[in-house]
Write a protein that binds this ligand. Structure first.
Ligand SMILES: [Cu+2]
Length: 158
């Protein structure tokens, strides 16, 4: 057996794998109808300052002690607002968008974690049952200041 024979076999195998992966992806996209979420609200990333929610990023008390809306902008390399304060046990609905590149949003120690994609408004609802200070980090590499991109979530007693 020559080495040449193994090389040919591996080459053949890799070509088969490429078509197998294309076939699987094609099947799920065109036959099974898998898609990215289509109901996400779109926004012009160059004009987020013209949107009342993101021109003034903030925590809004909708129903005291029960529902809070957080309008947040994730940009290179900070979150605004930097600090979020909500009472424990309340529903917190985050609306997040980005004017520049893709960012992450992860409340460390919880299962709150999502991507923030320019052109879309990410909506995620959470409830925090434990009081304390939580670190918010970007877990999507977004440039040279990525490691400094953080925020704070403070869950208060009431
Ligand atoms: Cu980042």
């Amino acid at each position: 057996m020559s080495i040449n024979k193994y090389e040919k076999a591996w080459l053949g195998f890799s070509i088969i794998m490429v078509f197998a992966f294309l076939g699987i992806t094609g099947y799920f996209s065109f036959v099974a109808g898998f898609q990215t979420p289509q109901d996400a609200e779109v926004i012009d990333p160059t004009k987020i300052d013209e949107d009342e929610r993101f021109a003034n990023p903030r925590v809004e008390e909708v129903i005291p002690g029960e529902l809070y809306n957080v309008y947040m902008v994730a940009r290179m390399w900070s979150y605004s607002p930097t600090e979020i304060r909500v009472p424990k046990g309340a529903y917190v609905k985050f609306y997040i968008t980005s004017p520049d590149v893709q960012h992450g949003f992860h409340v460390v120690g919880t299962n709150v974690q999502t991507n923030v994609i320019p052109g879309y408004i990410t909506v995620i609802t959470a409830k925090f049952e434990k009081t304390g200070e939580y670190l918010i980090v970007c877990n999507e590499y977004c440039g040279r200041g990525h490691q400094f991109m953080k925020g704070t979530l403070i869950v208060t007693e009431g």
